[in-house]
Each structure stands twice: as C-alpha cells, then as structure tokens.
Design a protein around this ligand. Structure first.
Ligand SMILES: *Cc1c(COP(=O)(O)O)cnc(C)c1O
Length: 220
C-alpha cells in the first residue's frame, strides 16, 4: 500500500474527502494521481490552474485553495468547483457577480483565521459570523456556502494545532446550528500533509494534501 492508498483508507474511516494539492508540480504528476481515480485537485494560484486545466482531463474538479484576488475571479468563475478561500464580503460579492454572469452556482467555503501566526489569511470570528448572516439572508443567490476552511499554525506543538482545529469545528457547529442550517452546509476543510490525521480526529471532513502525495515542492 503506498501513501495515496493509506490516505484514502484513513479518509474512508472518517467519511472525509481528499483535495489533492498539485501546486508547483507538473501536469504529468497530476495525471498519474488522476489515473489512480482521484478527481478533485486543489491549486493556490489562478494562473497555475488555467495553465494546467487545458492539459488535463475535463472531468477534474478544480478547487481554489489559495488567497484569491478579486480581479482574478472572472478567470476561474466559468469552471471552478469550489473556492475555499473566501475571506471578505467584497470577494464574495465579486464571486456572486461572476457566477451570475456564467449562469452558475459556485460552492464556497468561509476561510477562518485560526492560527497563532500573524498571517493575513482568513477572517476573524466576528467577520465570519457577520458574513454567514448575510449569506443566510440570501444576498448571494449564485453562491452555495458549503462550510468553513482553516489552516493551523505551522508548528510541531500538537496541542496547539489540536486546539486550533477545535476552534474551527466549534465555529462550524455554531453556524450550522443557528445561521446556515441547510444540509448543503456540510464541509469542514482542515488538515494538510503534516496534520491531517489530527484534523480528522477533530472533525474535519475534507483534507487538502500536497507534499505527502506529490513529494516536496520546489520553488523556482
Ligand atoms: C499548499 C497547501 C496545502 C497542502 O500543503 P501540504 O503541506 O503540501 O499538504 C493545503 N492547503 C493550502 C491552503 C495550501 O496552500
């Protein structure tokens, strides 16, 4: 059993989904994983999705997992299967506008800042709940909010990572219970190569895994 088999076996236990993150890796590497049955792939740069998409099978579900600039939404709106990185109302409004133009409903996740690190990614708790309320009022008809996404601190302090995942799960439960109560609000995207098993234990049902599957990334 190789790494991909092991990951899939583990995910099955938790009824969780895999987003295979092929960023920086060539289309040949992605094709290999596709040939093993994987259909959901994540990238963190718009340009890279656009370059790869046309060289790979059309039934791949591309997911945007990285920081997304508003002026680039239009390039991915015609085909993107899910956007994990919604971190402001302004971005959500632009996705709404482009989804409508393309006669689509686009699945999104609300990205939450859970890490201790001072990264710019993700919304604060207050912004998260405000935006969830606005979505519940149906101000974004071409958007389907599927859940939340978060990244834990890059550290080997297990307890810290665990408590951050726990916070995200708490937010998800609160929104699901009080604000976005539809069945379609069902996704907690947390866990990467280094921490996905812990994320699953803490309630994740979607993991985004790159280096474990594709090997180390080389940045040119
Ligand atoms: C790169 C990336 C991943 C995958 O990271 P690995 O540690 O290689 O598994 C997951 N999520 C996001 C948002 C990423 O940018």
């Amino acid at each position: 059993m190789d790494t991909l088999d092991k990951i899939n076996k583990k995910l099955k236990e938790y009824n969780a989904k895999l987003v295979a993150v092929g960023k920086t890796h060539p289309v040949e590497a992605i094709q290999k994983i596709y040939d093993r049955g994987q259909r959901v792939f994540g990238e963190n740069r718009v340009q890279e999705i656009l370059e790869k998409k046309d060289l790979l099978p059309a039934d791949i579900q591309w997911q945007m997992i990285g920081n997304l600039q508003r002026n680039k939404v239009k390039y991915i709106a015609p085909f993107i299967a899910m956007i994990h990185s919604v971190d402001s109302e302004k971005l959500l409004s632009e996705i709404q506008r482009q989804a409508e133009k393309n006669h689509r409903v686009i699945d999104i996740l609300l990205e939450v800042h859970i890490a201790k690190e001072n990264t710019k990614e993700g919304m604060s708790r207050d912004t998260l709940f405000d935006l969830a309320e606005k979505i519940a009022q149906n101000t974004f008809p071409n958007i389907q909010c599927r859940g939340v996404m978060g990244m834990a601190t890059f550290t080997d302090k297990q307890e810290q990572v665990k408590s951050e995942f726990r916070i995200l799960k708490t937010y998800f439960d609160k929104i699901k219970g009080d604000i976005l109560t539809k069945n379609s609000f069902d996704t907690i995207s947390m866990g990467m190569s280094g921490d996905y098993e812990m994320a699953l234990e803490e309630g994740s049902n979607m993991v985004r895994i790159g280096s474990l599957i594709f090997g180390q990334r080389e940045y040119k």
